[in-house]
Every structure is written in C-alpha cells, then in structure tokens.
Design a protein around this ligand. Structure first.
Ligand SMILES: Nc1ncnc2c1ncn2[C@@H]1O[C@H](COP(=O)(O)OP(=O)(O)OP(=O)(O)O)[C@@H](O)[C@H]1O
Ligand SMILES: [Mg+2]
Length: 263
C-alpha cells in the first residue's frame, strides 16, 4: 500500500509544487512507483512543472465525476519511469469535492504504487482541508522568511489537529546568508515550529530555466543532491540535512561568500 503524503505550506509560492515534483523524480529514480496528485484545483500547474501539460487528457475532476477511471487520468513522466502525474483541474469545483473524494481516488491507486504525494493549494481554505484530510503524513514547506514562517506555524497546528505526522522542509536557503546569520538555520526554524526537519533545499538558480530539480540533460546541481538526501529521509525516516553552508566555509568559501554579496 502506498504512503499518502500531502505537501503543504500555508503561504503560497514557497515551493510546494517544486518539492512535490522533485521528490517524485528522486523516489522514482530509486525504483519506487510514485503518483503526484495535483490538488490545487483552479491554479493547477504540476503538469507544467513536470513538462507533461500537452499529454493531459483527463484531470482529477473527470475522475471524481466518473468520466474516467483514476488509472486513465495518470500521465507518465517523460524523464523517470514509474512516476505518474494525476493532473489537477483548471477550474475550481466551488468546494463540491471533499477529502473523501480524493481518498476514494487514492484508495483505488494505493495498491499499485509506493507513494502518493498530494500537491496542496496555498492558504487554509477548503482546498487545503480537502488535501490534508486525504493524507496520512504531511511535509510542511517553508522558506526562511518571516511571513512564510508565520503561515507555516498556523498550518503545522492545523495539520497536527488532523492527527497526522508533520515534518518540515526549508526551501530556498542561502548558505552564505546562514553563515552571516542573516537567515535562520533550519534547526532553529524546526525548533520554532516544533516539528522535525526532514529536508533543506538551497536557493537554486537552475530552477529558473528547468522548473524542477533532477531534470535530465544537465549536470548534477547542489539542489539535486539536497533533493536526493530529502528523498532518502522520506524513504528511511532519517533526518540528515544537506549542508548548504559547506561551499561558503574556509578560505575559498570566504571569497565565494564575498563575491556572492558583491554580484
Ligand atoms: N529552491 C528553489 N530555488 C529557486 N527557485 C525556487 C526554488 N523552489 C521553488 N522555486 C521557484 O519559486 C516559484 C514558486 O515555486 P512553486 O510553484 O513550487 O511554489 P508553490 O508553493 O507550489 O506555489 P503555489 O502556492 O502558488 O502553489 C517557482 O518559480 C519555482 O521555480
Ligand atoms: Mg503549487
């Protein structure tokens, strides 16, 4: 049976979809069978991030409204075998679809896959509750910025009230700023939010052109390594965090740090 994991945040734009896509690629690369469900109805974009938007025939509303079976709506990733996307609908249903509808879809896919990740919409409205209610575990994504942390704090409390395990991913971390104490450390953020950290992902310039971690056809980036470590943690229940400050330490690291600030 699949592990059902919602990727949520509270604040929008902190990297839920990017994390969902990257985790899917990383776990599929380890031989796991993975479904990425886009539960962001109306503002769905997981298919675009994964580069499969032209292959979408059915979406999640077609499944809920019985125009197709869940398996028929799945689109296979172009990069990684064993990874499938269940596209979200491009219009909202006005709250007609509930957590039990998503649960029913998940139930029918669960025996054929190892992981089902739910890409949650931003905010704490009906779409958020629908996604969280369908999951057994939550990954709460935040950036180290105060506005994101405030929202993450609220979301952690709500997620815990559902009785599901919540773990933290800090995204868009700048190693040079952490060393200069201009950005909070991941451990401090985890202590503040009172949930265990499971991943730390660096600010990654390559995302601007590739839209996703672990995109084939380019060299392995720092973000790719951090994403692989995050996937290992999800897989094994460990909490090893990528050292984003490593390249900025020591004599040459100091030079890199100075250059980063000047440029
Ligand atoms: N580690 C990163 N480094 C650089 N850019 C990133 C990183 N993570 C995400 N981004 C960029 O930030 C933007 C928002 O990311 P994403 O769409 O994944 O956020 P989201 O939380 O899913 O947003 P929404 O709440 O709108 O669904 C995207 O342009 C993405 O490419
Ligand atoms: Mg998103």
């Amino acid at each position: 049976m699949a592990r059902i994991i919602v990727v949520t945040s509270g604040k929008g734009g902190v990297g839920k979809t990017t994390v969902t896509a990257g985790l899917g690629r990383a776990l599929a690369a380890k031989g796991k069978r993975v479904v990425l469900m886009d539960a962001d109805l109306g503002l769905n974009n997981l298919d675009v991030v994964m580069g499969v938007e032209t292959q979408v025939v059915y979406d999640i509303l077609d499944v809920v409204e019985n125009r197709c079976r869940p398996r028929q709506a799945l689109v296979e990733d172009s990069v990684m075998a064993g990874l499938y996307i269940l596209p979200g609908a491009s219009y909202d249903d006005g709250g007609k679809i509930g957590g039990q509808n998503l649960r029913a879809i998940i139930h029918s896919l669960s025996s054929s896959f190892d992981y089902i990740f739910i890409d949650c919409p931003a905010g704490i409205d009906v779409g958020f509750h629908r996604a969280v209610a369908a999951a057994d575990e939550a990954l709460v994504v935040t950036t180290p910025h105060v506005s994101a942390l405030r929202d993450a704090d609220k979301v952690v409390a709500i997620v815990k009230s559902y009785g599901i395990t919540a773990r933290l991913i800090v995204n868009r971390v700048r190693g040079d700023m952490v060393l200069e104490r201009e950005q909070l450390r991941c451990d401090d953020i985890a202590a503040m939010l009172q949930i265990p950290p499971v991943g730390l992902l660096p600010e990654e310039d390559a995302i601007n052109t590739c839209n996703c971690f672990l995109t084939s056809g380019r060299g392995k980036t720092e973000g790719d390594s951090a994403m692989e470590l995050l996937a290992d943690n999800v897989l094994n229940g460990t909490e090893k965090l990528y050292d984003v400050t490593k390249k900025y330490r020591g004599f040459f690291g100091g030079i890199k740090r100075s250059l980063k600030r000047i440029v």
